[in-house]
Design a protein around this ligand. Sequence first.
Ligand SMILES: *Cc1c(COP(=O)(O)O)cnc(C)c1O
Length: 392
Amino acid sequence: MKIETKAVHAGDRKRHSAAIPVTTPIYTAASYIYEEVETLDKVFGREIPGDSYARYENPTNRALEELLSSLENGATALACSSGMTAIQFALTTALIDRRKHILAANALYGATIRMLQSIFDPLGVETTWVDICDLPAVEQAVAEHKPGCILMETVSNPLLRVGDMRRIAQLAASVNAALVVDNTFATPIMTRPLELGAHLVVHSLTKYLSGHGDVLGGAVISDPSHAESLRALSRTAGPLLGPFESYLTMRGIKTFPLRFERQCRNACHIAQWLSQQPGIARVYFPADPKHPDAEMIRKQFPENCFGAMISFELKDAAQPEVFRFMDKLKLVVRATSLGDVHTMILYPTMASHRDVSPKQRQRMGIGDNLLRLSVGIEDPGDIIADLAQAIG
Ligand SMILES: *Cc1c(COP(=O)(O)O)cnc(C)c1O
């Protein structure tokens, strides 16, 4: 079945009484009872499937998890309270029985970098940073450090670099490391990392999958070998996404393929236009034939699908000029986050990468004139008109 079909069918229409609801209701119960205590005993003992307590499972959450697992072709999924919780759980699952060393792409979401530095490092999990697009460097780091886990993003934030995931999965396997991939920017429409050899995939559901700017959520989707461990950790630590948010996310995902198709088409149009503007010094977009990872992009993504994120540099601008440009925008929403139906703009130096030191930002290629645009589903002409009047 194709993603467009899975998005509207998977997870839903479970029988809970004589009638089957066409969409999954919001189950708010914290605990469950059975006719006979013996049944509950078996559920607690996990001899039979069933609900007992909301920290373990919840029918609304479970429907979303089945849907997510279906979209990424995983063995199981965990829908949890934020993208960051998802990353923490994926890394914990990966490292629980492996060497406590992470090999991480040096271009990652700002809070992910902070999580490695301020949570994992103090707990004794060391991180080595590597340019994930430099395969010889990755190979050398894997051989030297024998990491328990490799962490990367399918499309890096905010410069939109694309590493060779299949090859990196092989390198991970060669030292029995788990490959954890943050697939938030690419979505399962562009890449399904488990099919390329990754072991655990994470998403911020807050972004493209829910897509309407009204949910905070995250997900881990697992291959068969980590499925049991992921569920067991979750039962104990209790990071589950609540039933209301699970319902909203599921509702959002039904239209995700339609939204994303439109967003990608709009993005191609806008990136092309931006590249012709004298006020723009540089555009970062995967469709660019001069993109440093053009070959990887052609190999790994569907034809004519380049995502809906664009980064660009304002010419001769520093923070004051960037603020002035952003303040002039009337339609484009100046807010953190991405993937929503409305077009949004973010200043990485101020927002996503604020807590990364200026030196490290510089090393990552994030200048003080860099902006990141998440393209929405509006009419592309209207988005361009707004950008044009703000560039001035
Ligand atoms: C937003 C984001 C996260 C964190 O997700 P939250 O839902 O905000 O916790 C992680 N990775 C990427 C690539 C993101 O864009």
